[in-house]
Write a protein of this length. Sequence first.
Length: 358
Amino acid sequence: MLPLARALGASGHDVLWAAADEVCSHLREKGFAAVRCGLGADEAGPMPTPSPEVAALPPTQWGDFLFADVFGPRRAAPMLGDLVPIVEEWRPQLMICDQAEFAGPIAAARAGAANVTHRFGSLLPEGRVARVRDSVEELWRSQGLEPRPYGGTYDHLYLDIFPPSLQNSESGHVGEIQLLRPAMVPLDGSAREIVWVTFGTVFNDDLGPFRTAVEAVATLDVRVVVTLGPGHDPNALGEQPPNVTVARFIPQDELLPRCAAVVAHAGSGTLLGSLAAGVPQVLVPLAADQFLNAKAAERGGVARVLWPGELSVANVREALKEVLADTAMLDAAGRVGAEIAAMPPPEAVADELTRRFG
């Protein structure tokens, strides 16, 4: 969401972020005004445990049920309590809300402002969002409002950052869609010599997938860069051969222009950043919307996917060898990268939002 916020500020709008405390400090470092709102990562506590009925389903289906548990009243209620007085004081003309943030549409409706939903990855299934709608109905009524379909997230406009060729056809519930180019990786003609291994910053607690992936790729004739994410010491994987570098974090803008392939979890930021750079991937989805993203990437021919139960040293090694040798997949990733580059940039979307909403 940062590129659009920058574009709105550059076009003369006042921009205020409402976010968890740890996010606000990050935003202020980037020059934005930000106010603490809602639960931080520590306050939200661990992810809910699936019920026995949900746990009996394939992990690829868990998100349809757990999404409402995570982003319904558990997070939306404290967010709404903080957000309402902020909106009353600041009186925004427009609120731009993450797809998983269900307090914003209520606060916007209460203030008579428009709310725009900003997609974060693959389109969420209709049933998944409908379950959240049902769970936040009482929050709408607590503000004297009649509950809206899908929690109000599709009432005005939906900003879609997913490349069109990877879309599925189940978007009839969304309403009006405005494409928005995701953050681009600046390419500089660097040699594509690196295989990057990452499992993101949210579902990265378990070092098991890292150990499996690194053991698989370290013996290949490639240079490997592993980023473990927050909470891990780079020495946690032990001594590695000279072709393997382990770090806690490296900005993907620095890595992706030099990557021949990425071994990752199908998180939206990594997936779209890699595709914007034309990099094919081996995907090991672990949770949440990662399964939707992986399915879209597999359907588009830009990734080889290892589904739950398929993660092993042999499978990762074989999948990576296939991806590195597959010129058709490289070409497909390049085409999607060109497609992303052709999507409306943040500056154009900022102008469109100004035209529509003032």
